[in-house]
Design a binder for this molecule. Sequence first.
Ligand SMILES: [Zn+2]
Ligand SMILES: [Zn+2]
Length: 386
Amino acid sequence: MHKRQLSRKPKKIAFYSLSTREPIQFGSGWISGVIALSLALLGLGMVLCIKFPSYFTLPELRVHYPLALIRTLLILILSVSFLAALTSLMLRQNKALGVSALGLLILTMLIGGRLAPLNDAVINSYIGLDWYLLNLIVFCLIFIPLERFYALRSKQPIFRPQWRTDLLYFAKNHLAIQTVALLVILPAKLFFGWAVIIPLQSWVQDLWLPVQLIAILLLADFCQYWIHRTLHAVPWLWRVHAIHHSVEAMDWLAGSRLHLLDVLITRGLVYVPVFVLGFSDTVIMVYGVIVAMQATFIHANVRWRFRRLAKLVVTPQFHHWHHSSEKVAIDKNFAVHVPLWDRLFGTYYMPQRWPKEYGIAGPEQVPISIWGQFWYPFNNLLKPKK
Ligand SMILES: [Zn+2]
Ligand SMILES: [Zn+2]
């Protein structure tokens, strides 16, 4: 009797606690719980987008949605979430995942009602919830299986340390896409209008699209190379960029960790020559997709080395070395599209092996929270110098 009481005590705590040491392998109710909670969150996001399109969807995307299909998909997602939540509740001692998923499903039902969209008087949205959800689904579907089957570090879990911080960065980058895009193109439009030469722009736009695409990639990466190198060289700018280098576990989500100023400085300056030369809209759009995919892929936890292609194109191994804390790799591999610029300017580093460790080499201590990281570059400005 006494023994039984002792064994029950920790289980009671585990029932309510959000953190638990209960096993997470198949059959423990953890996977079904994670699926239930993820789908419940997705369902809630979809309902918000359908019910309040003016506030939560981008006008450019809104007009293309097949609503009937999305509603069918929503019912499917909510049903699977409900069944997964029940499975998790039955299998798992700790009910946090299952109960949270059920709570979210009830909230979704309450908000959804008959699902008719409310008044559409507001024309512009300020939160790209649909953009965030679409990107999250696409990236998860591509990269989670890729990192499971071809992992460089197979013991690194999907939910590795600090994944929440990086998911917040991913969310921020996509939810605020309208504002960020506006801030990125604003400096070029405000200060470089004088540099626009119409005949030159017409000549560029008349070039064959693949030629324009190669030109934009080379040019953007040349600018990005020098901006990136400057971010490493100037002490205060390094404090801004150090946030990106504070990642210690590389995966597809890690690339999202960028200080807002880092994004605005790099993308804003890279956009200047793109704006002045007036590349066609199609080319800028394709370039944007390549940037998003390549930037994610080069951080991924995949072991592919692309031996021959790696000489021409930036690969995960090339960028993993940029994130390495090993002394030999400090301030190397600044390019993100083509290693050509690092070869030309003497910063190319690409041994056969992979780095052993990632992160910041020096004694610098970057905070863990997204908020702490936002203030990190400003801390030493506000503190009086000794
Ligand atoms: Zn860097
Ligand atoms: Zn990186």
